[in-house]
Design a protein around this ligand. Structure first.
Ligand SMILES: C[S@@+](CC[C@H](N)C(=O)[O-])C[C@H]1O[C@@H](n2cnc3c(N)ncnc32)[C@H](O)[C@@H]1O
Length: 251
């Protein structure tokens, strides 16, 4: 079964593709967009759910997004048009690493998409060229809540893929950034995300038993659920941080 079809069905009930509640998303956007009229860019935007929420509540926001997956961009554009936000949210299909814009951005988002740049620190390095002076980054990435054991590694992770939260933040600060806000996903947010992911995919399979993909969808949901419950639940954490550059003379 096509991975993109799995992802589209799995995110039906939880369109933000990360373990964050609607309240957390809203609060993070409030902290990252204090002026309400910013120019913002989302690298690896998926269905552009962050941009939709940012623009819907702030008429002055102009938003841009890029995602590698052209089908996802088509679906995202449909959602944007349905909400009447097509004049303020522009999307393009392509590699986030190759994205160029004439003008810089007040806010650059990259949530759950740091693999597009090879990890957290390479992402932060890459976003600098897009950032206006004094601009803000909103970045969401994994960290180890506890040292990963065999079950977690068998679920498809490398031990050195992440560090613990304190080390993660130390590395960010050492790279010249100051956290001005942050949110660590709770176990409730994780469970809501994973039950939604596996549940909506399973529900679709049960509702469409005649579809040629229904068996594969049920299998994909079961494998994902096992990797989560036996592998990374309570071991993989997720932190979403609001960052600004630390001026050289304050480092
Ligand atoms: C976990 S989703 C996160 C989507 C969105 N940021 C959100 O929080 O809802 C990761 C996204 O990164 C995109 N992606 C992966 N590699 C990419 C690349 N090199 N350039 C642009 N997007 C990429 C995927 O297509 C996917 O939509």
């Amino acid at each position: 079964m096509d991975r993109r079809r799995i992802s589209a069905l799995a995110h039906a009930d939880h369109p933000i593709a990360a373990p964050l509640s609607d309240t957390s998303v809203s609060r993070l956007l409030d902290r990252a967009l204090p002026g309400g009229s910013e120019r913002i860019l989302d690298l690896g935007c998926g269905t552009a759910e962050w941009l939709l929420r940012a623009a819907a509540e702030r008429p002055g926001v102009r938003a841009y997004g890029v995602d590698l997956d052209a089908d996802t961009i088509v679906r995202a554009r449909e959602g944007i048009a349905a909400k009447g936000l097509g004049d303020r949210i522009r999307l393009e299909a392509g590699d986030a690493g190759a994205y160029t814009a004439e003008d810089p951005f007040d806010l650059v988002l990259c949530v759950g998409s740091t693999h597009a740049f090879g990890g957290l620190l390479p992402t932060l390095e890459a976003v600098r060229k897009h950032l206006a002076p004094g601009g803000t980054v909103l970045i969401g990435d994994g960290f180890w809540e506890r040292e990963p054991g065999r079950d977690t590694l068998d679920a498809g992770f490398d031990a050195d893929e992440y560090a613990d939260l304190a080390t993660t933040v130390d590395r960010i600060v050492a790279a010249g950034w100051t956290p001005t806000y942050g949110h660590v996903s709770t176990i409730e947010e994780w469970d809501e995300y994973e039950w939604s992911w596996t549940g909506s995919l399973s529900r679709w399979a049960l509702d469409h038993p005649g579809d040629p993909d229904s068996g594969a969808a049920l299998t994909a949901a079961a494998e994902h659920r096992a990797a989560w419950l036996r592998g990374y639940r309570r071991t993989l954490g997720f932190a979403t941080l609001v960052l600004r550059r630390t001026p050289d003379h304050l480092r």
